[in-house]
Design a protein around this ligand. Structure first.
Ligand SMILES: Cc1ncc(COP(=O)(O)O)c(C=O)c1O
Length: 351
């Protein structure tokens, strides 16, 4: 008997809920099957070591650490910068404080304070005004986290000059700057900024292989050799030490070689969907990457009703709030499926 899960996995359904739903391609599976492996907790997996070196070099840093998830990579990085009780600043929609189920507080004892989120916008001067120095009765700010691209910010891209200003602010106040770069690859493709130019602006980055890049598992923390040595310790403490994990690192290496440039296709597909829904007045912001954010505040359908209507026609979308929904393009969605999705959305939104 088919359960709900196997029904969702049905190939007839067009799944635009997120870009984590992709399955490894045949080429990726071959690379995984052929991977040389060893015990990575002993530092003996050559494929993991190669992936870590490759990703560190891409971002112009000394070292990187393979982690089982983007959430763990982020939380390891935050613990590197913020001692228990001290403070992290980020925007109110940041993944680190929205979707990581309180990990900063639960595992790191970290206090988080947020600035109001407006899409992917970032105003370094607003952030500068929030930084609290060491002092009696105050919680000292130790780190700032930004998200590139911004998930709840509709896949928006923070411009390079803004990030450079953010770096200056961090330096002026002696606080660390972390980038949740789960989809930094998309920013690189959308704005043509070399990954290393982003990399040098941050003390640490977390970058994800299992979103747009299509690997089944894996993220990396990127930073200095000293920070990554400590990160290795924190990963083990959090239960993230894995053994013959070269099988997964091989998928990541394959993704880096084959799936970065093709992200441009996902961006074109997202733009086509945006064009289809825009006349209905529900596009929340300009679409720059692979996320199409929908704002249904002025539409008769709420997010749940739209998702239900789309589901009835074989299209899955994400409901993010009562009047907010999201479509995400990815490796496993074809041009024909985008056409079909556009028709389904047009019909539902017209009703
Ligand atoms: C911006 C961002 N950061 C981090 C993560 C966490 O990744 P994971 O699901 O691998 O924990 C996600 C997941 O969607 C994300 O969108």
């Amino acid at each position: 008997m088919a359960d709900a899960r196997s029904e969702l996995a049905s190939p007839e359904l067009i799944d635009l809920r997120t870009d984590t739903v992709t399955r490894p391609t045949p080429g990726m599976r071959e690379a995984m099957a052929a991977a040389e492996v060893g015990d990575d907790v002993y530092g003996e997996d050559p494929t993991v070591t190669a992936l870590e070196a490759e990703v560190a070099a891409l971002f112009g840093h000394e070292a990187a650490l393979f982690a089982p998830s983007g959430s763990m990579a982020n939380q390891i990085a935050l613990q590197l910068h913020v001692p228990p009780g001290d403070e992290l600043l980020c925007d109110a929609d940041a993944h680190v404080v929205t979707y990581e189920v309180g990990a900063a507080a639960a595992y790191g004892g970290i206090s988080s304070r947020t600035w109001p989120a407006v899409g992917a916008e970032l105003d370094p001067d607003v952030v500068a005004g929030m930084i609290r120095p060491d002092g009696y009765f105050a919680v000292p700010t130790r780190a700032i986290a930004v998200e590139q691209t911004h998930n709840r910010g509709g896949g928006g891209v923070i411009p390079l000059p803004t990030l450079r200003r953010m770096r200056e602010v961090a330096d002026e106040h002696g606080v660390a700057l972390h980038c949740d770069g789960a989809r930094i690859w998309h920013a690189h493709i959308a704005d043509g900024v070399p990954l290393a130019e982003y990399g040098v602006l941050f003390d640490t980055l977390s970058v994800c292989l299992s979103k747009g890049l299509g690997a089944p598992v894996g993220s990396l923390v990127v930073g200095s050799a000293e920070k990554i040595a400590r990160a290795r310790f924190l990963r083990k403490r959090m239960g993230g030490g894995m053994r013959q994990v070269g099988i997964l690192a091989a998928a990541g290496r394959y993704a880096l070689a084959h799936h970065v440039e093709r992200l441009a296709d996902d961006h074109v597909k997202a733009a086509r969907l945006a064009e289809a829904v825009a006349p209905h007045g529900v596009l929340a912001s300009v679409v720059r990457t692979n996320i199409v954010p929908l704002d249904l505040t002025k539409h008769p359908l709420d997010a749940h009703a739209l998702a239900t209507a789309a589901r009835a026609e074989g299209l899955l979308i994400s409901v993010l709030g009562p009047r907010t929904a999201r479509l995400v393009t990815h490796l496993d969605v074809t041009d024909a499926q985008i056409d079909r999705a556009a028709t389904i959305l047009n019909t539902a939104l017209r009703a």
